[in-house]
Design a protein around this ligand. Structure first.
Ligand code: ATP
Ligand code: MG
Length: 657
């Protein structure tokens, strides 16, 4: 029967076809950015499913971010391969853990720990070690690294030496805090993100019957971005596989950017040693970027050291020529942001959809000034890794309750008896959700929930002041309208994202901003390995661009400030007029553009809370804290998040009783 399987192979080159049609045995694809790795494995799954070789429910596709998993599901659906699981390691593991915990251990699985740093602080206090906030973050990072590399506290100091890892502080002290932290966590029946993987691995290892159950379900495994697999994730993958070998991995050692979480390209590069019979495919045709962008990417690759250099493959662009990448130097950061926003606006006016443009930076703390500049220029934008107010579970739930009360006209609702003014009525309805006008003690998640509900009461106060005649129904309509307006710009705005979050994605136009020495490489990258990883981040950034690419930096932080910065050292030899790039190609010697535009006034930027792991911002407008970093795999994912939300609501209910 014609299941349309062959149609799935159309639009693949011969090497990609080989990947897509090799459905048996281990397959490894080693290839550079934009060569169609993700496309090849997506089509492979679709081809396998539609030709009847791979049962959809038996396939597990693993990616490293929720966003990548979501994209994969979308692409598979479009190719007619529904029912395939595409998940992150964390979400796949957590799901399995929840499923087999009652049988393996009994009872409920431990709750997922939300405020890790807080517990590390307690652990430090118990160990009589004084740590300030940055130190706490460092130690937390070290604990994460130790756990991901399966290092117990006693072995931590030795493991550092073995890994050639520079510890941020006294290893013996860190080991003590680590041990105390583990004890505290056990006492409270909690698990952290690393535990999700560790416990899943532990149970699959110890309980062959449970491993069997899991193996009966999943029989074929596909891993994207395999260069970022950690030893622990690799172990999990091996346990899922058992004795079987239906594994297809794709990756690019040149894009390893998560070493600090224990990830290593070794598993990718040594794949054939572990699987001697493996089919290894290399792809070199770059379908994403113009020859101009690819030349810059190749230039960066040529400078790369470390293991990435072992399998260096020159990329060959398959696209028609485009403009030369632009290097722009600015006086100060506001000028850089303003010029970037103006360039974005010009592109949009000239016909590039805003959704096809991205501004990428090293850490999310850099985003504020670009948000402001885009808003000033009237360009819609969306940020990655932030949750909007009206998307929060408690706000949505409160919205439903308000709607119910408005529909009932307040008349026969006992909760509204006594409540006269609109804010009072809103307060009363929220009271049915467990909200009280007095804040709960402490600063945890319960407090955060309280804050967002209080924000609703404040909205009601403002609304009542502006429209004294309005009632609950009008207020509810106002909320719906606000939610609609706040959601609208996200549909097709310019993307603001960190380089880590941009991995695997692409845009017609990419602006790499803030490229100073100190930002890229970032100041805390010290060892040669860390510096190499920073260079790979730039490579990831450059290779996101299809056509337009701008690289910019500012010599001073603020207008009138001292011009004390220099452009990223990685640009030496790449930018026009410097070393190797001189005189190359049309426009290659064009020199650096000087950013112009009026200097804008100093703007105060809120310093957002950051993800400990990737530096991404954890805050959102209106000062509402976000519990999740969507940018990096070392943090929570959707399911974990849902669980936490459920837990928070439960706690809030308890409190309300
Ligand atoms: P990265 O390393 O950044 O993850 P990748 O190797 O996974 O990149 P893809 O994202 O799969 O690359 O593909 C890059 C772009 O090239 C996509 O827009 C994809 O649709 C396109 N592309 C890939 N292969 C082909 C092909 N054979 N013909 C036309 N376009 C292709
Ligand atoms: Mg990819």
């Amino acid at each position: 029967a014609d299941t349309g399987a062959d149609a799935v192979l159309e639009g693949l080159d011969p090497e990609q076809r080989e990947v897509a049609t090799t459905l048996r045995g281990p397959v490894c694809v080693l290839a550079g950015a934009g060569t169609g790795k993700t496309r090849a494995i997506t089509h492979r799954i679709a081809y396998g499913v539609r030709s009847g070789v791979l049962p959809p429910a038996g396939v597990l596709a693993v990616t490293f971010t929720n966003r990548a998993a979501g994209e994969m599901r979308g692409r598979l659906r479009a190719l007619g391969a529904e029912g395939v699981q595409a998940r992150t390691f964390h979400s796949a593991a957590l799901r399995q853990l929840q499923f087999f915990w009652p049988r393996a251990v009994g009872g409920e699985p431990p709750r997922v720990l939300e405020r890790k740093v807080q517990l590390v602080a307690e652990a430090a206090a118990r160990s009589r070690i004084r740590l300030d906030r940055p130190e706490l973050r460092d130690v937390t990072g070290e604990i994460e690294w130790a756990k991901l590399t399966q290092t117990v506290p006693e072995d931590y100091p030795a493991a550092l030496v073995k890994a050639g890892r520079e510890a941020p502080r006294d290893p013996a002290e860190t080991a003590r805090v680590y041990a105390a932290y583990e004890q505290l966590k056990r006492d409270r029946d909690a698990m952290d993100f690393e535990d999700v993987l560790l416990l899943t691995v532990g149970i699959l290892q110890d309980r062959p019957d449970i491993a069997d159950t899991v193996r009966r379900q999943y029989r074929h495994f596909v891993v994207d971005e395999y260069q970022d697999v950690s030893p622990l994730q690799q172990r999990l993958l091996e346990l899922w596989l058992g004795e079987r070998d239906s594994l297809c991995v794709v990756g690019d050692a040149g894009q390893t950017i998560y070493s600090f979480t224990g990830a290593t390209p070794d598993f990718l590069l040594d794949f054939r040693t572990r699987h001697p019979g493996a089919t290894v495919v290399k792809l070199v045709r770059d379908y994403r970027s113009t020859p101009q962008v690819v030349r810059l990417a190749n230039g960066l690759l040529a400078q790369a050291g470390g293991r990435a250099a072992e399998h260096r493959l020159e990329l060959v662009s398959q696209r028609p020529p485009g403009p030369e990448p632009v290097f722009t130097e600015h006086r100060d950061e506001p000028a850089e942001a303003e010029a970037t926003a103006a360039a974005v606006r010009d592109l949009v006016r000239a016909g590039t959809p805003a959704g096809q443009i991205a501004i990428l930076y090293r850490v999310n703390a850099q985003s504020g000034i670009y948000e402001q500049a885009l808003a000033d220029a009237g360009v819609p934008y969306q940020m990655k890794g932030a949750e909007r107010f009206f998307d929060r579970a408690e706000v949505r739930q409160a919205g439903l309750a308000l709607r119910g009360a408005a529909r009932a006209g307040g008349a026969n609702d006992a909760a509204l008896e006594g409540a006269v003014t609109l804010p009072e009525q809103v307060g009363a309805v929220l009271g049915t959700q467990g909200w009280t006008p007095q804040p709960p003690s402490g600063t945890g998640a319960v407090r955060d929930r309280w804050e967002s509900l209080r924000a609703l009461v404040r909205l009601a106060e403002d609304f009542a002041a502006a429209r004294p005649e309005a009632g609950l129904a009008e207020f509810h309509a106002e909320l719906e309208e606000r939610a609609r307006v706040q959601h609208a710009p996200a549909v097709d705005g310019v993307t603001l994202a960190s380089l880590h979050a941009a991995k695997g994605l692409e845009w017609d136009a990419v602006f790499l901003v803030g490229l100073t020495d100190g930002m890229l490489p970032i100041t805390h990258a010290r060892t040669p390995e860390q510096i190499e990883e920073e260079r790979r981040l730039l490579y990831v950034g450059v290779t996101r661009a299809r056509k337009y690419l701008t690289l910019s930096w500012a010599l001073a932080r603020s207008p009138g400030g001292r011009a004390s910065r220099r452009p990223s050292r990685f640009l030496d030899g790449l930018r026009p007029g410097s070393g190797a790039a001189r005189g190359r190609g049309p426009g290659g010697g064009g020199g650096i553009e000087r950013g112009s535009g009026p200097a804008s006034g100093r703007r105060r930027q809120r310093e957002p809370a950051r993800c400990r792991v990737c530096g991404s911002s954890l805050t959102e407008a209106a000062g509402i804290k976000l519990r999740r970093c969507a940018d990096c795999p070392a943090t929570m994912d959707e399911e974990l998040y849902e669980r936490l939300r459920g837990w928070r609501l439960e706690r809030a209910r308890e409190l309300g009783r």
